[in-house]
Design a protein around this ligand. Structure first.
Ligand code: PEP
Length: 254
């Protein structure tokens, strides 16, 4: 079953207008040089850069995504951004349930699921993040935790067309540590089984499962070559176009 590799950058809370425009332009130029790459590209800047980055990406095949959304279309939710607003800014994706949001904003899997449903309604695709903490891994609970997060965070209306899963071990994010490739493959295969049970084999075979957590040029080829790894959600290394593109180069042939 062929699934198109997705190389996605999560810029987190980084970048002012000029930096964001420059980074997006560099990525767009480099992606153009690939001609018809066997990969899809996505960048997810902070809300304040969405419009600027959209302009910088004009004419390129790089998709635009946001890092969170509210469950409502509009209304009295000070400080929040609706999925409809993201769509209006030119987004086609939204990252949901990132571990930093689960931790910093106490987001539950139930809320992530509602956000995903709201994203679909607005015509956005959801990148739903899951992953275990170091304590959970040490207790041998990785697959149990990830399975529960999939069951609770992914809506029943999810399909391979509207949803991407990102497996991001919390202890690997921004730490320089990564699981072994055997461990990553084992978890991704287990996630695919849970998706098959929940959404059917057809969706499970087609749904992309990204790996995220300290992916960089030096370790990308090994991770992205795994049979059940369909791309990367890249944090730190997506802030430098040369690193982001070096990661892509390890799988996206010209
Ligand atoms: C992330 O936050 O989604 C991420 C994977 O970060 P990093 O690549 O910096 O570990």
């Amino acid at each position: 079953m062929s699934r198109k590799i997705l190389i996605a950058g999560n810029w987190k809370m980084n970048g002012l207008l000029a930096d964001g425009a420059a980074l997006a332009k560099e990525v767009a130029v480099e992606v153009k040089k690939l001609g018809k790459p066997e990969c899809e590209f996505l960048v997810c800047p902070p809300f304040t850069l969405l419009t600027t980055v959209k302009k910088a990406l004009r004419g390129s095949k790089v998709a635009l995504g946001a890092q969170d959304c509210h469950i409502a279309e509009k209304g009295a939710h000070t400080g929040d951004i609706s999925p409809l607003m993201l769509k209006d800014c030119g987004c086609s994706y939204v990252i949901l349930g990132h571990s930093e949001r689960r931790a910093d904003h106490h987001e539950s899997s139930a809320l992530v699921r509602q956000k995903a449903e709201a994203a679909y309604k607005a015509g956005l695709k959801a990148v739903i993040c899951i992953g275990e903490t170091e304590a959970e891994r040490d207790a041998g609970k990785t697959i149990e935790v990830c399975s529960a997060q999939i069951k609770e965070s992914v809506p029943d209306s999810a399909t391979a067309a509207n949803t991407v899963i990102a497996y991001e071990p919390v202890w690997a994010i921004g730490t320089g540590k990564t699981p072994t490739t055997d461990d990553v493959e084992e978890v991704h295969a287990a996630i695919r089984k849970v998706i098959a049970k929940k959404l059917g084999k057809g969706n499970a075979n087609k749904m992309r499962i990204l790996y995220g957590g300290s992916m960089k040029p030096a370790n990308a080829a090994g991770l992205l070559a795994l049979p059940n790894v369909d791309g990367g959600l890249i944090g730190g290394a997506s802030l430098k176009a040369s690193d982001f593109m070096a990661i892509a180069a390890s799988v996206c042939k010209k």
